[in-house]
Every structure is written in structure tokens, then in C-alpha cells.
Design a protein around this ligand. Structure first.
Ligand code: ADP
Ligand code: ZN
Ligand code: ZN
Length: 802
């Protein structure tokens, strides 16, 4: 029986509309409407894009149904697996279903709406502004700026049935096309078809007769094939010898196509790991492995050989990396092994390029996907293995709605596809390591570096002793000596400036005034090169003042350590050193990371100075010295993961030294030389850190012993924010068992951002089956929240608690 009703999720992200709506399927569209296609439907007075999520032959709604107006896709953009996944993600992350579907698709598929005005009455406005507006056409774009009087006028016309406002939904998801030609059927191509003296045309005619082609050629390819110009091909089209057509072409997202490499002979440890992974691929077991391998232990080669096994089995592979821009070498290695079978999804691509890559995956042309967080939704069928490299990285968790963790999504997809998941890291998250301890994940270790290269010796420098008039505050004599030494040997150094919660500020030395953001409770950051003060939360910018706005003194000074300032100092200490700086500013332009890393890799600089970005994935055999300027800044953060983050960062960055044949060394400057996170990172002792930190988490009732849910309540008024927060906490407590712990409400450490106030409630629990549903109901049914412009964000297992 033919379905008559479609269930559609419309493009309005509110709790009230977060449910499928029934629409009638007109006869003419009956064969096109199926689950997973995008449609355009009327919704109230508007027209909206929506997704068909189901079909039925009876409508729950017994009134007259509105009908679907248009079907946007010829084939579903979400196959049944992805459609089910979108629903699962929405439920488990407390997000709107429409938001998860949009997150799963390339941005080009997101609806863009335009409004138009159409004059419908016979007589156009005779004079004034209306006459000018409709002078050339009856339908015009909705004006960008309207005065109140003009708006009133428009409303009057609408009321009088003289004018309509229409919403046009644009489908931006278009393939890029190029002009092409095919042979015109039944056309006699003799030399008489063109003038005798038209040499090029005669040449083309002869070519078409002696060397005809089948199918379609783009104009330039056709021209090249017959040794004529594109202009001649166009003439041939005009003459009717060739028919013009278009072909879809692929925007080329990767300028570099590295040379192919061959699988390496695995070491015994690597082999033993790969054997287990390959066996799970073959057996189709949705087993999760935790590959704990020290930096430089050859995890990547194991990934690549496991991917090969999945391909050999006729299946596909998904590989997630923290951030492509920061891990170009990893992408390079996958491309070198698998070439064109790889699709790369990363934030540096334009919307069009992303859309092209997405289609190559959907059509089965790309069987390996490498990408950052959102690539976990890649439309791969028949997945044989999912790999998550650097699985501890926080970037796998999206910190805005939908707040999904790519690892959880991967585990869910693996269950559907019956395939293994490999989580790899030198410093696994405590959550994953604890699961391996309990046997939920299978622990596989690579304890040695490739070729028995020793881990570099680490020297901890106590910066409390680095005082006195003659010393540089950011550079201990030991670090300076090591940098000089490395420079003298013509080797390279990497210097990490840990900037989390740390930046340069403008202060008045006379009265202590500090430049603050007018919209947020945070001080402004000095950007010296651009001569600006910038708010890193709301984007507010202002010039650096020359006089204090409070006391009018001209003693405005900068303090705090920005990368630019450290670069200045460093250049003064080492005048001959060639320094490359890598931070948010120097990498803002497209391809900025790659450019800097390339230059450094080619030996065009002696020192790479950068923020956290340099800690990851770099594999430069020429680096023999790694220095950490300030190991402590992350330790001071009011977050229970502060030690874990510090340990991870220091271990990762220390692993950058001595990866080649020359031995390396590491210098860590700190004000907390005895802190266990720093001590254990210096020894690269992950297991020691894990045991120690687990005891503390147990005492503090934190993950992985407890689950956490963070509610963030915000409103333009602080009183309302506080009131609603207390009300929600009050409503929440009866839903919870005795073992759950509710912390707060408390104002967030940065209470005001962009003129909204933020309060938080943290719930810690072991098992609360009713919590999800309860939270959902509490928010859906709350009219008070709606009325008072209150927003509530729910974050399950938040990565940042501040
Ligand atoms: P990890 O990802 O564990 O930090 P990598 O995969 O970057 O380690 O490997 C470190 C280095 O060792 C790389 O330069 C890699 O090419 C090399 N390597 C890996 N496996 C082998 C092997 N089996 N034989 C020789 N060299 C290898
Ligand atoms: Zn002042
Ligand atoms: Zn601000």
C-alpha cells in the first residue's frame, strides 16, 4: 500500500517543534518521498526545509494536512543507518533532532532562506517608495533596511491583499559542473561540413571520424584529444557536430598528492597488535581496543595495515584525528598509502569542497575517510574498522549543541556495522583506560619506541629559583644554554608556551586599571601586531588606549606572556636564531598551519615557538630539543581534569624530541616541580599517572567513577538566571536517587558573556535511568523558561567545567 503521509522534522530548532509533523504526500511526488530526503514544506506562514523521517498510510492528525511542496533530493541524503543515528544522537545529547541531522550533513545542504516581496494587485503603487521598489519587477528581494513607516506600509498592503511575502529556500548543495561535449547522434561528419580553408575545424572533423569518442568529454579534454583549441570545440557545438552538455567535476581539496609508500615490516609488538585488530575486522566483532603506545611507537603503521585488511575484505574504514590542520603529517601518511581512495574532511575546506568529498563517500568512490570530529558521521556504508587517533583529545567532544562525543558515536556505529573500534593514544583518557581495566575495552600496548630509540631525558627546572635582576622571567639559564647549544649544532628546537587561561593584558601602572570587555566578565587580550584589544569570548575589539580611562595617566603597560612577547624576548637572547611562531594569530589564514610546519620541516627555521597546537602529532626527526616555557598554567584551572590535561600535554610535547637518529632532550620550566603530573610526565609514566589520578578521582567522586551532567542556565538578567537555576535544581532533586550529588547552582567562573549571565548545576551520578527523560520533560514543559528568555544547555559528560 502506498504511503500517504510523511513525518517531517522541520528546520526550527526549538523544544516545541522538536517532533515529526505529518504532511500529505501529493500524488505527483509519491514516488520521490522516502525517509532521509529533504523536502520543502509549508509551516505556519513560512516555507521551510525539512527531513522526511518516516512514512505512514494513516495520519495521527485528523484535520486536513498540508502537503509537501517539493522534494530536494533524488536519493536520500541520510540512509537508514544515519537517520537512526541522528535520532540516537539527539536523544543521548539532549539536542534537537533537526540540529543533529544538520550536523551530520555538509553545510552546503543546510537551508538558506531568502524573503521576497511580490506585488499581486493589478495596479502597481502609483508613487513614492512603493513605486520605486516595484518599478522593474513584480517580485523583488525583501529590502535589507526598512524604516518603521515602510514596514507599516508593507503590512497594510499585505492586509489589503496587494502584496505577498514569500520565503524561498535555496538548495546550495550543488555539484560543480563544467561544460562538456558529446557526439551528436546521426550527424554526418564529413569534411564538407566546414569550409575547406578552416584548418582547425577540418582537423577536428577528421579527428572525430577517425578517433570518435563515447560518452562525454569536457571541452578542454576534447580540445586536447583532437589537438585543437577550446574555441574550435565551441564552434563545433554551434555547427551541431557536437552536443553541449555539462559534467559534474570534483573540486580538488588536496593540492598535494604525496608519493605512494609501501607497508612497513612491523615490529613484533606492532605485529601482535595488528593481528588482534585484523582478526576482529575479519570476525566482524564490535570490539573496542585501547591501543596505548608511547610516542613514536609506530601506532600509525598499525592503523594503516588494519585499514588495508578492512579494504581487502571489501569494506570501508573511518579514521578520526583531532584536528586536521594540526596533524597534516598523519593525513599525509594515509594519502601516501591509499591515494585516491581517501576522502579528507576538514575545516579548511570550503563548503563546496566538503560537499564534493561527502558525495564521493556517499557514492562509494572514497572508501577511507580521514577527518576531524564531525567526520564520524561520514556516509560510509559497510564500515570495517573505525580508528580514533589521540583518543584523549578534547576536540572530539563538540562544545556546542549537539554536544556529542565522537568516540560515543563511533562506538554506536561500530555496533551497527559489527566492526572493531581502535582508540589510540600515548596518554589515554582516564575514562578509556578505566574501561580497559574493567575489560570493557581490550588493552593493547606498544611500550617501546621504534628502533629502540630512547625516550628523551627530561630536565625539570624550578622557576621559583629563577629570580634576580639579571634573569629573563620566561627563560631559565638552563633553557637558554640548551637553545644556544642546539643552535650551534644546527639542530632544531620546539618551544611550547602553554597559553590556556593565559594571555597578555593591558594595565595602568598608576592606578591598576585593567582593560576589560564591556560585554563579558573578562579582561581583553592585547594583540600587539594589530594594535588592538580583543575579547576572546565575544569578539569585541577596541584600540589599545594611550591613556588610562580612569586616572588619565599614560603608563599603560602590558603584562602576561603572549607568544608575540616571548618571540621578541627570544630573538633578543638569540639574535641569530630563525624563529617561527605558531599560534592562533599566525595560523589564521587558510593553510597557515601547513605553511609553518612545512617551512620548519624544510629546515627554514631553527626554533618553532607555539601554543598547544605544536604538541600534537609532529614527527620531525631533526628536532632534538623541546622546551616547555610554562608547564603550570593548566594546573591552576578550576577543573578536575587540570592534572590530566597537564600530564597529557607535557607527555605529548616531550615525545616530539629525539624522533630521529640523534638523541633529544626536554626541558620543562615550572613553579610546581614536585607536582605528580609534572614528575610523571617527565618520566613518560602513563600507568603511574593513571593509578595516582584514579585514586584522587575516586576520593572526589569524579569521572570515571561517576558520570556527570552539567546544566548551564543563562538569561539577560542575572536575577532571572539565579531564580530559574534554583527552581530547576529544586525540580531536579526529586528525580534523583540518594547516590546522586547535585552541586550548585553557582555562577560560572566567567559569569557574564555577551551580556548574558551564566549559572551552572553539576549532577554527579552512578546510575539514574530516569534522569534523561526527567531532564527532557522538565525543559520541554517549562513555559517560565520561554517567557523569561532563559536558555538551558545540557551537557552530558562535559569536558570543561568552569
Ligand atoms: P606514534 O604514532 O606511535 O607516535 P609513529 O607512527 O609516528 O608513532 O611512528 C614513529 C616513526 O617510526 C615514524 O617515522 C614511522 O614512519 C616509523 N615507523 C613506524 N613503524 C615502523 C616500522 N615497522 N619499521 C620502521 N619504521 C617504522
Ligand atoms: Zn590609571
Ligand atoms: Zn566580550
Amino acid at each position: 500500500m502506498m504511503a500517504q503521509t510523511a513525518q517531517v522534522i522541520v528546520d526550527v530548532a526549538t523544544r516545541q517543534t522538536d517532533q515529526p509533523y505529518d504532511y500529505a504526500i501529493p500524488e505527483t511526488l509519491a514516488d520521490q518521498v522516502e525517509p532521509g530526503v529533504r523536502v520543502i514544506v509549508p509551516f505556519g506562514r513560512r516555507k521551510l526545509q525539512g527531513f522526511v523521517v518516516g512514512l505512514s498510510d494513516t495520519a495521527a492528525f485528523d484535520g486536513k494536512l498540508k502537503a509537501i511542496e517539493q522534494v530536494l533530493d533524488l536519493t536520500p541524503v541520510l540512509d537508514p543507518e544515519l537517520l537512526a543515528l541522528s535520532k540516537w544522537v539527539a536523544t543521548t545529547t539532549f539536542s534537537f533532532w533537526i540540529a543533529t541531522m544538520q550536523t551530520m550533513l555538509p553545510a552546503a545542504m543546510r537551508a538558506k532562506y531568502d524573503r521576497t516581496l511580490t506585488w499581486t494587485a493589478d495596479e502597481k503603487p502609483a508613487d513614492g517608495w512603493g513605486q520605486a521598489l516595484f518599478r522593474h519587477a513584480r517580485t523583488v528581494p525583501y529590502p535589507d533596511t526598512l524604516t518603521a513607516a515602510q514596514t507599516r506600509q508593507l503590512r497594510a498592503w499585505v492586509k489589503a491583499d496587494q502584496l505577498t511575502v514569500d520565503y524561498i529556500v535555496h538548495n546550495r548543495a550543488k555539484a560543480k559542473t563544467q561544460k562538456a561535449v558529446k557526439l551528436a547522434p546521426g550527424k554526418a561528419l564529413t569534411s564538407a561540413a566546414a569550409p575547406k580553408n578552416a584548418k582547425a575545424q577540418q582537423k577536428l572533423l577528421t579527428g572525430l571520424q577517425t578517433k570518435p569518442f563515447t560518452g562525454v568529454l569536457t571541452q578542454p579534454v576534447a580540445a586536447a584529444r583532437y589537438g585543437v583549441s577550446v574555441a574550435t570545440v565551441r564552434l563545433a557545438e554551434k555547427a551541431g557536430w557536437l552536443q553541449s552538455t555539462t559534467v559534474n567535476i570534483r573540486r580538488n581539496p588536496l593540492a598535494i598528492r604525496p608519493e605512494r609508500d609501501q607497508p612497513k615490516r612491523l615490529t613484533a609488538d606492532q605485529q601482535q597488535a595488528a593481528d588482534q585488530f585484523v582478526a576482529a575486522v575479519a570476525a566482524k566483532t564490535p570490539q573496542t581496543f585501547l591501543l596505548e603506545g608511547v610516542t613514536g611507537s609506530g601506532k600509525t603503521e598499525v592503523y594503516l595495515q588494519t585499514i588495508q585488511a578492512a579494504l581487502d575484505d571489501g569494506r570501508t574504514a573511518l579514521m578520526l584525528v583531532p584536528e586536521i590542520a594540526l596533524t597534516p603529517q598523519m593525513v599525509h601518511r594515509v594519502l601516501a598509502r591509499f591515494g585516491d581512495a581517501v576522502a579528507v574532511l576538514h575545516s579548511g575546506l570550503s563548503d563546496g569542497e566538503k560537499f564534493d568529498e561527502w558525495r564521493r563517500i556517499q557514492r562509494g568512490e572514497a572508501r577511507i575517510v580521514v577527518g576531524a570530529r564531525s567526520a564520524v558521521f561520514a556516509p560510509l556504508a559497510n564500515i570495517g574498522v573505525i580508528i580514533i587517533d589521540e583518543e584523549h583529545e578534547t576536540s572530539y567532544k563538540q562544545d556546542e549543541a549537539p554536544r556529542y562525543h565522537a568516540r560515543n558515536v563511533a562506538l554506536h556505529r561500530a555496533k551497527t556495522f559489527h566492526c572493531p573500534v581502535i582508540l589510540g593514544s600515548a596518554t589515554p583518557s582516564l575514562e578509556s583506560r578505566a574501561r580497559a581495566e574493567k575489560g570493557v575495552y581490550t588493552l593493547v600496548r606498544l611500550p617501546e619506541r621504534i628502533n629502540d630509540r630512547p625516550l628523551p631525558p627530561v630536565h625539570i627546572i624550578d622557576m621559583r629559583k629563577n629570580s634576580g635582576a639579571r634573569v629573563q622571567p620566561d627563560f631559565s639559564p638552563e633553557l637558554v644554554a640548551a637553545l644556544e647549544n642546539t643552535l650551534a649544532k644546527h639542530e632544531q628546537s620546539v618551544l611550547l608556551l602553554n597559553r590556556r587561561g593565559y594571555s597578555a593584558q593591558a594595565m595602568c601602572r598608576n592606578c591598576g586599571w585593567i582593560a576589560r570587555c564591556p560585554n563579558c566578565d573578562i579582561s581583553l587580550t592585547v594583540h600587539r601586531a594589530a594594535r588592538k584589544l580583543v575579547c576572546h569570548y565575544c569578539g569585541h575589539e577596541e584600540p589599545i588606549p594611550t591613556r588610562c580611562p580612569v586616572c588619565n595617566s599614560d603608563k599603560i603597560r602590558f603584562f602576561g606572556t603572549g607568544t608575540e612577547k616571548v618571540e621578541d624576548t627570544l630573538q633578543k637572547i638569540l639574535p641569530t636564531a630563525r624563529i617561527l611562531r605558531m599560534d592562533a594569530d599566525s595560523t589564521r589564514k587558510k593553510g597557515g598551519h601547513a605553511r609553518i610546519l612545512n617551512a620548519f620541516g624544510k629546515g627554514q627555521a631553527d626554533i618553532l615557538l607555539g601554543t598547544q597546537m605544536i604538541a600534537k602529532g609532529l614527527d620531525f626527526p631533526t628536532v632534538t630539543l623541546v622546551g616547555v616555557i610554562n608547564a603550570d598554567t593548566a594546573l591552576g584551572m578550576p577543573d578536575f581534569r587540570a592534572s590530566e590535561r597537564t600530564f597529557q600535554l607535557l607527555t605529548q610535547v616531550a615525545g616530539r624530541a629525539g624522533r630521529g637518529s640523534k638523541p633529544g632532550s626536554v626541558i620543562i620550566q615550572t613553579y610546581n616541580p614536585d607536582h605528580y603530573a609534572i614528575q610523571l610526565a617527565a618520566r613518560q609514566d602513563y600507568e603511574g599517572f593513571f593509578r595516582r589520578e584514579m585514586r584522587l578521582r575516586h576520593q572526589g567522586k569524579y569521572p570515571p567513577y561517576y558520570y556527570t551532567v552539567l546544566l548551564t542556565i543563562s538569561a539577560p538578567s542575572e536575577t532571572v538566571t539565579a531564580q530559574e537555576s534554583y527552581r530547576i535544581a529544586g525540580d531536579l532533586k526529586p528525580l534523583l536517587s540518594q547516590t546522586a550529588i547535585v552541586l550548585g547552582p553557582t555562577p560560572r567562573s566567567i559569569t557574564r558573556i555577551n551580556n548574558r549571565y551564566y549559572y551552572q548545576i553539576l549532577v554527579k551520578f552512578k546510575k539514574e535511568p530516569a534522569l534523561g527523560r526527567g531532564l527532557h520533560n522538565l525543559l520541554t514543559n517549562s513555559q517560565a523558561l520561554l517567557k523569561n528568555k532563559v536558555q538551558v544547555a545540557i551537557d552530558f559528560e562535559p569536558q570543561q567545567i568552569m
